[in-house]
Design a protein. Structure first.
Length: 224
């Protein structure tokens, strides 16, 4: 049976220093260094949100050669990447090829990836775009014995709730149902023409904070 679960949040940034500073300012904790994605020309920092959940800050690696294809998560798009933001989220599945076929939302093609000793398959659109502007998730299937979040430092953070807002909210819901998503994710409709976005409610050592993909809501952390 096809099953999918929440895996991680993706915060994109114009550079890693800006992304790390954003997380430190908004959540009051510092993410740990991750590594490089050689085939995409990107690198990341990570923040544990649970035993099988984390947050990834990702940016273009200026010291890496440009990849042959468009980078993932719209990192080649200046307007999308002008400041740090909660860009999208990732769900892990037990059968990525079946999930891709079942999904009514086109989320890309199955791409093998690695970072250090980690290996996985992930859906990546050829043009580097985000499915339904990031409100629909990217799909991943780990090829590891244990989830990578289990080895991350515990900074005392956990994801409490994730919300999406999109003019075609029903398409996001249909995708999650089709890929057997099991978890707590709510998506609400927006008036046509409004910019879709995500809001993550995260428990931190200093209280409940929010990260938002809505540029109008970026700035000081918001209590829920």
């Amino acid at each position: 049976m096809l099953r999918s679960h929440f895996d991680h949040l993706v915060v994109t940034a114009p550079d890693l220093a800006a992304g790390v500073d954003y997380i430190s300012r908004e959540l009051g904790v510092s993410p740990q260094q991750g590594g490089e994605h050689v085939s995409m020309g990107t690198h990341n920092f990570l923040l544990k949100l649970g035993e099988t959940a984390f947050l990834e800050v990702i940016a273009v690696n200026p010291d890496a050669p440009a990849p042959k294809q468009q980078r993932w998560f719209e990192l080649d798009e200046p307007e999308s990447n002008e400041s740090p933001r909660l860009a999208t989220w990732i769900v892990r599945t037990n059968d990525i090829k079946a999930a891709l076929l079942a999904s009514p939302v086109v989320s890309g093609y199955v791409t093998p990836m690695s970072r250090g000793a980690l290996n996985w398959s992930i859906t990546v659109p050829r043009n580097g775009s985000l499915p339904l502007q990031g409100v629909a998730p990217t799909i991943i299937q780990w090829q590891v014995a244990a989830h990578p979040a289990g080895t991350m430092k515990d900074a005392g953070c956990s994801l409490i709730r994730l919300e999406g807002f999109h003019p075609r909210a029903e398409k996001v819901t249909a995708m999650l149902k089709a890929i057997g998503f099991q978890g707590d994710f709510s998506v609400s409709p927006l008036p046509a023409g409004e910019q879709p976005y995500l809001v993550a409610h995260i428990q931190t050592p200093t209280g409940l904070r929010q990260l938002s993909g809505n540029r109008e809501r970026t700035g000081p952390a918001l209590a829920s």
